[in-house]
Design a protein around this ligand. Structure first.
Ligand code: 2P0
Length: 361
């Protein structure tokens, strides 16, 4: 699909008011997106597991207003006004207005809440922008009911990407690929697609336990981190590596070869953080406990042969990935050996999910 296809069709008469509610999950990348070009075009393709438990629920209520133009909205987070989120939403609305021009015709009340604890260090931008985009597409669908299902989802992902890159991977499940790749049919820089190749059933129920190592604010935001890939000495090689890792992943996902899966996923996580450490200015988002956990995971895997591995987001938290068949063993190991490295002993058991869902109010 091209950008032109995301321009709006002819709207029916605009309803006076209405409300849409959607829940969208977070996602965890296996091959990472790190580096971008304007506007929100990834420097390399990425792929992620859509999560299930970690999610944002957003309601958008809309009331027709007299003037036609200025953007107007209120934002409530956990039921309370949240002024500091507003500039990001305002920029997002300005960016997507051309594609959803009804934005200028209504006053919106956006109510949002996360399933995961506030400031847990889990990025809410992916699930948040995905949930908001689904609500806006819901409004668009009311105005243009003949819209095809595949266009609806592709456009939701397209809008979400313009809010936050990784958000475009939070619309569908269970694995989403984003970024044009010559060997992946229909892949696009503009939106995420459901991974089109064979995926072994072991991955459909894969578990992800998120160890909350550090819940405070990160010193460097992802937006700044992406920018530091410009003029980065290793950027070109890194982008190339991501392209070839997507090729390497294809037979691994089809066969369910967990040994090879682990090598690729852990290497991607450490490469992401190596890019941060070799940026100028350089920075480190891992904490001592992040490294303690990684070492314990390696030791446990070597002793037990249980295929437990880790991946990292842009932060100190650790995502532990393992097949459902090892759930009991791994959860005991986490409780007995890893919880002590988590802030207040906190972690979240999550797993592969199936994408955003509409909530009937
Ligand atoms: C990812 N991350 O693939 C990578 C790996 C974090 C580490 O995408 O500036 O919040 O909003 O497009 O998507 C985090 O960056 O950045 C991210 P913006 P985003 O999941």
């Amino acid at each position: 699909m091209t950008e032109k296809q995301f321009l709006p069709g002819n709207y029916l008469d605009l309803p006076k008011s209405g409300k849409a509610t959607w829940k969208a999950p977070s996602n965890i990348a296996l091959v990472k997106y790190w580096g971008k070009k304007p506007v929100q075009i990834p420097a390399n393709p990425s792929i992620s597991f859509t999560l299930d438990t970690c999610a944002t629920t957003t309601s958008v209520s809309f009331d027709k207003k007299e003037d036609n133009g200025a953007l107007s909205f209120d934002l409530l987070f956990d039921g309370k006004p949240k002024e500091d989120f507003k500039p990001k939403i305002h920029t997002f609305f300005e960016r997507i207005r051309e594609y959803v021009p009804f934005l200028g015709k209504y006053h919106f009340t956006i109510e949002t809440s996360n399933s995961f604890p506030h400031s847990s260090g889990i990025a809410s931008s992916a699930s948040g922008m995905a949930a908001l985009s689904m609500c806006l597409m819901d409004v668009e669908k009311t105005l243009n009911p003949s819209m095809a299902e595949n266009l609806f989802h592709a456009k939701a992902s397209y809008l979400a990407r313009l809010g936050s890159g990784s958000a475009c991977r939070s619309i569908k499940g269970s694995m989403v690929q984003w970024g044009a790749h010559e060997n992946i049919p229909n892949s696009s820089d503009l939106y995420g697609i459901e991974y089109p190749f064979e995926v072994n059933s072991v991955f459909n129920t894969f578990c992800d336990t998120i160890l909350l190592v550090h819940k405070g604010q990160k010193q460097v935001s992802s937006t700044v981190g992406h920018q530091l890939m410009h003029n980065h000495p290793y950027a070109d090689n890194r982008f190339q590596q991501a392209f070839s890792n997507l090729d390497r992943l294809k037979p691994i996902l089809a066969s369910g070869d967990l040994e090879e899966f682990i090598k690729l996923v852990e290497s991607e996580a450490l490469t992401l953080h190596a890019m941060m450490m070799t940026s100028m200015p350089y920075f480190i988002l891992m904490k001592p406990d992040t490294l303690e956990i990684i070492n314990k995971v390696w030791e446990y895997r070597s002793e037990t042969k249980i295929p437990l591995c880790f991946t990292l987001d842009a932060g100190a938290n650790v995502h532990l990935l393992y097949p459902l068949s090892e759930k009991e063993n791994v959860r005991k190991f986490i409780k007995d050996n890893l919880a002590e490295h988590c802030e207040n002993g906190q972690y979240i058991h999550d797993g592969v999910g199936s994408g955003a869902i509409k909530i009937n109010s």
